[in-house]
Ligand binder design. Structure first.
Ligand code: KG4
Ligand code: ZN
Length: 368
């Protein structure tokens, strides 16, 4: 049995959207998860403003790294590697993280690992429930993505089965919350109102669930329009909008489709583990319905706690540690941010071949 101290100690940096996340893990053990969010700065715009996010990352980066190191009680010199989200995400925001990771890795003489944001959302569950079974089906639902992915090796083989053809699931929550004047982000507040509403009060449409529709793709724009029209009609008639019932019925339409398609994918592919990640995985009804449907289908459900579902640095560190543990090559210094990095590339090596110069740098440690 391996001593836990032999497991790789990795720091992970995540800046793909509006969270500056820095996490530190040892193997599959979480040591620190520091997050600085610029969400309040975007609230008045009703969505994330890329330039505002980039500037906020720049300001938060060094203090967040220091906070994570302190929280973990480790020295930067003891790290076995530095992992960073290379994509997908907002180009300018990613660039801040990649540049910081390169600077720290170079100065400390540590290997650099560029990793995929979506694969990190899956890998983070190792910090909560231990080693990820292979294969695992993953339903990733957030403000930026809604995908069904089949992972047979989280460091090298993640296959996309389906994705949204229009809005992401979280985006639909945010837009409906805006129509209901509930503020941004919309998911948590709709979740709260829905608990007191009737999910069957209004029959909203389930997108792409017809017999000829693609089995694993999602669509939320028709649902969004239907809910907005329903609300407008109530207002035009001078009637009060039943916020709780609208929230519950809208939420039910989203989570019904998500869980139905995820369970179907597991059955079709013969996979008996489903993980759900991304910000929308924090949704209480999604968790409950997924649990119910997985139990009926004999599928083991794994959902990390909400703080690990939203964007964070721990997930990047978790995937980085897995890269080190499986002997994946470090990335070269020309690693670049790729805003549309496909999920089929969990590991981003860069284009130069040699990473040997890391060892030369380590002799004269530039970071004290
Ligand atoms: O993963 P995340 O923090 O950032 C992105 O990568 O997008 O996800 C944020 C999204 C937002 O759209 C937010 O409204 C949604 O996740 N969200 C929720 C809940 N908590 C956050 N959606 C539904 N129910 C929730 N409880
Ligand atoms: Zn994300």
């Amino acid at each position: 049995m391996t001593d836990v101290r032999d497991e790789p100690l990795v720091l992970g940096i995540e800046t793909s959207c509006d969270e500056t996340g820095v996490g530190i893990v040892r193997g599959t053990t979480l040591l620190a998860d520091a997050v600085a969010s610029s969400v309040d700065e975007h609230a008045r715009f009703g969505g994330v403003v890329p330039e505002v996010a980039s500037r906020a990352h720049l300001e938060a980066m060094v203090p967040t790294i220091d906070r994570a190191l302190k929280e973990a009680g480790v020295s930067a010199r003891d790290l076995d590697g530095i992992a960073v989200t290379a994509g997908p995400g907002l180009a300018g925001a990613l660039l801040v993280g990649v540049s910081a990771a390169k600077a720290y890795a170079y100065a400390l003489g540590k290997p650099l690992y560029g990793v995929n944001h979506l694969a990190s959302h899956i890998c983070v569950d190792q910090l909560e429930h231990g080693a990820l079974p292979e294969p695992t089906m993953a339903l990733l639902v957030s403000g930026g993505h809604s995908s069904l992915l089949l992972s047979t090796d989280i460091t090298s083989d993640v296959r996309p089965l389906g994705a949204t053809i229009d809005d992401a699931a979280g985006e639909a929550f945010d837009k409906i919350a805006r129509v209901l004047n509930l503020g941004f982000p919309g998911g948590p507040v709709i979740d709260r109102y829905a608990r007191e509403g009737d999910p069957e009060a209004i029959a909203f449409p389930r997108g792409l669930t017809g017999p000829r529709d693609p089995a694993y793709d999602f669509s939320f724009s028709g649902l969004k329009t239907s809910v907005a029209r329903w609300i407008e009609a109530k207002r035009a008639a001078g009637e009060e909008v039943p916020v709780r019932d609208v929230s519950a019925s809208f939420q039910e339409a989203v989570v019904d489709v998500l869980t139905r398609k995820a369970v179907r994918a597991c059955k079709d592919e013969g996979v008996d583990h489903l993980m759900i990640g991304g910000g929308v995985a924090a949704n209480s009804r999604l968790r409950a319905l997924a649990q119910e449907r997985c139990e009926t289908a004999g599928i083991r459900l794994r959902v990390p706690r909400p703080k690990l579902c939203t964007d964070n640095g721990a997930m990047v560190a978790a995937l980085g540690a897995e890269m080190v543990a499986r002997g994946r090559p470090a990335s070269s210094w020309d690693l670049s941010a790729d805003s549309s990095l496909p999920v089929t590339d969990p590991h981003v090596p860069g284009t130069e071949h040699s990473h040997d110069h890391v060892h030369e740098v380590s002799k004269e440690n530039l970071y004290s």
